[in-house]
Ligand binder design. Sequence first.
Ligand SMILES: Cc1cc2nc3c(=O)[nH]c(=O)nc-3n(C[C@H](O)[C@H](O)[C@H](O)COP(=O)(O)OP(=O)(O)OC[C@H]3O[C@@H](n4cnc5c(N)ncnc54)[C@H](O)[C@@H]3O)c2cc1C
Length: 483
Amino acid sequence: MKANDKDAKTRPNAVDAAVLERIKAAVGPKGYTIDPAEIAPHCQSWRDNWHGWVPMVVKPANVDEVAAVVAICAESRTPIVPQGGNTGLTGGGQPHAGGTEIIISTSRMNKVREIDTLNNTMTVEAGCILADLQVAASDADRLFPLSLAAEGSCQIGGNLSTNAGGTQVLRYGNARNLVLGLEVVLPDGRIWHGLRGLRKDNTGYDLKQLFVGAEGTLGMITAAVLKLFPKPTEVQTALVAVPGPRAALALLSRATETIGEQVTAFELIQRRAIDFVLQHIPDVTDPLSNAYPWYVLMEVSGQGAPDSLRAAVEAILTDGLEQEDVLDAVLAGNQAQARALWKIRESIPEAQNYEGQSVKHDVSVPLSRIAEFIERADLALAAAYPGVRCVAFGHIGDGNIHYNPAQPLGDDGAGFGAEYGAINRIVHDLITDLKGSISAEHGLGRLRREEARHYKSSVEMDLMRTVKMALDPNNIMNPGKVV
Ligand SMILES: Cc1cc2nc3c(=O)[nH]c(=O)nc-3n(C[C@H](O)[C@H](O)[C@H](O)COP(=O)(O)OP(=O)(O)OC[C@H]3O[C@@H](n4cnc5c(N)ncnc54)[C@H](O)[C@@H]3O)c2cc1C
C-alpha cells in the first residue's frame, strides 16, 4: 500500500527505528506487523470514538517474547498499549495519536494450558477468546460463567484487565471473583509467575488483584488460573413485563427469597430500548403481544432434572401477577426461544447506535436506590433537555445500569453531543449523591479518567498514583489511562 501525504500525517512514527528492529528480532517475522492496513483496526475502538496510531503492532507467541519486548521498551522508554480483543468501551486499548507507542496484542497467545476438573480450575493464556473458554469448560463438563455480549471477540486478558462484569455477576461475581492466579510481565520486563490454583493463600498482599481492573497500566497479563463451576443441567429464561424498576426489584427480592442463588441473571430493559432493537436489528420479534413500560429478563439455573425449576419460576411469576409487580410474562419453552430473548437484551447497544447521539453511562448504586436513581435522573434530564429520550437497561440485579440519554427526535445531534460534559455532570453528581460508582464494569480508560479524578477523594487518587509509581515509575504501561 502506497501512503500519500495525508496518510503520512495520520500515520506518524515517532518510535526509534533501532527499537523497532530489536523488537522484530525478539519476536520473529510472525510476531509483528508494520502494515498500515493490518495496524488500522487495532487503532480504532468498537464504537469508533477513539483513534490513534502506532508504527507497529507486536504479536508475541508466548510469555518469554512478551517479556523480551517489554524489556526493550523499558530500556528505551517506549510506551506500550496492551490489547486483547479491542472491544473495550473506554478508550483504554487505543493508542494516542502521535505514533510514539507500540501495541502489544495477545491474539497469538490463545492456548488452554490445563483443565483440572478436580480442582475446578483452568489455566489459560491471555489471548483466549472468552466464548472459546466457555466451550472448553463445557467440553470438560464444567461452567466458566463470565458472559457478555462481546464474548465472541473479547479475550480473557482484556476481561481481567477491565474486571468485566456481564450477565452472570449476580450468581458468580465479576472477573475479579473468577481468578485464582496470574502470570504477568511487569513494566521492567520481569515475569511474575503467580499461576496458583489456590482458594486459600494468605501469604501477604493479594498481588493478582492489583492487575485485575488495572486496564493495562501496571503490567501485561499473559496467563490466568480461572475458577470453574458445575455445569447447570436446568436453565429457565423468562421475559417479564413490570410496571417499573421498583416492581422489578420486588420481583428480584421474591425470586431470591424463593430459590436463592439459582437466580443467575436479572436484567432490566426499558421499553424504548426494545423499540430500538425491533426497529434496527433484523430477525427480532416482540415476544409479548402488548407493549409495557419496563421488562426484566430473568434467568434461573440449577443442577436438577430438566424442567425441575419451571414450576418454581411459574409460581414466582404468578405471585408477582397477584402482587401487581408483574404485568405479563413469557417463559422460554426451549433453548432457541431463550436465545431469542437474550438476543433482544444483547442487541440494545448496537441498536442504540442507530438512534444518533447518546451519552453513555455505566453506573452502579446500592440496589435499594436504583429506582430512585432512574426516576431522579429522568426528571433532571427532561428538565434540562426537553424531548431527551432516556434509555435505561442492564444488570439491575448487581445495581448496575447502563443509562444512555439519546438526542431528542428531530435534533441534528450536534447540539446534544456538545452537552456531553454537562449531561455527565448531572448523572454523575446524582450517582455520587446516592453513594454509587461512575463506572460499574467498563473501567476508566481515557473516557472516565478525569471524571474519576473529579469524584474520588485525594486520598484515593494518591493511593492509586502510589501503586502506579511503584510498579511503573517510567510510565511506559498504557500511559494516560486510568490515573
Ligand atoms: C457489545 C459489547 C458489549 C459489552 N458488554 C459488556 C458487559 O456486559 N460487561 C462488561 O464488563 N463489559 C462489556 N463490554 C466491554 C468489553 O467487552 C469488556 O471491557 C472486555 O472485558 C474487554 O476485553 P478485550 O479483550 O476486548 O479488551 P481490550 O478492549 O483489548 O482492552 C481493554 C483494556 O484492557 C487492557 N488489556 C487488554 N489485554 C490486556 C492484557 N493481557 N494485560 C494487560 N492489559 C490488557 C487494554 O490496554 C485496555 O485498557 C462490552 C463491549 C461491547 C462491544
